[in-house]
Write a new protein. Structure first.
Length: 231
């Protein structure tokens, strides 16, 4: 077992412990019942996505300044992992919304802005896949990643800037009982560890892909004009 497999195994083990805490330690919510347990992973995944997109932001800025290949690889890795966690956030949110709101989806400010966030970074990945690999594609993707991060604070503060069906900032308002708060913080820590491990693994994959491309990239053939034969 290599170090990446060990990291992944440790992260999964932590999440299993978090799952046990969610179902066996945290009390059942009085108003929403068992479905409220989705909250722990739903919110943790959203915060992990913020962190991943922050990696894209920093990686893009560094690449534009000094064209660091390592920064670009971290940005690529962060974007992919961030899209995965945003997908989890949206799916878990819809599963939570159905029994509480009576519908899987509504054009609530937070839902809509989160969907826009997913589209932005899915577009980032699409740019990386379709564009010819190289400096130009990396610079274009860096710009997309940097400006796309503007939507992160919009998602986060949407519940305070507009009237939404989402509840306000529960943790900040100290609305959770101690057992729920402890379970949430532990789940959040485990989710952030998983996100960091996935970024590390994806960074390694991006490095190998870059090295493979350098090896198999066809050499450019330079044609030199031949002198005319003397008559």
């Amino acid at each position: 077992m290599n170090r990446y497999e060990r990291w992944a195994a440790a992260a999964v083990a932590l999440l299993l412990v978090a799952g046990a805490a969610i179902f066996f330690y945290a009390p059942t919510d009085y108003l929403q019942g068992p479905v409220q347990r989705i909250f722990y992973l739903h919110v943790s995944s959203a915060i992990a996505a913020y962190g991943c997109f922050a990696v894209v932001l920093v990686g893009g800025i560094i690449y534009l300044r000094i064209e660091s290949l390592a920064a670009d690889r971290f940005a690529r890795a962060g974007a992919l992992v961030g899209v995965v966690f945003t997908t989890v956030t949206l799916v878990m949110g819809m599963l939570w919304a159905k029994p509480i709101w009576g519908t899987y989806w509504t054009w609530d400010a937070r839902l809509t802005s989160t969907l826009v966030l997913w589209i932005i970074y899915a577009g980032y990945l699409l740019v990386r896949r379709l564009a010819e690999p190289g400096r130009q594609a990396a610079r274009l993707a860096a710009v997309v990643g940097i400006f796309g991060f503007i939507d992160v604070p919009i998602v986060h503060f949407s519940v305070t800037w507009w009237r939404t069906q989402h509840p306000g900032p529960i943790v900040v308002n100290d609305a959770l009982p101690p057992q729920m708060l402890a379970t949430f913080l532990f789940t959040l820590a485990c989710t952030l560890v998983l996100a960091a491990v996935l970024i590390g693994i994806r960074y390694r994959i991006e490095t190998l892909l870059d090295e493979r491309q350098e090896v198999f990239e066809p050499a450019k053939v330079v044609h030199t004009p031949q002198p005319e034969a003397s008559r």
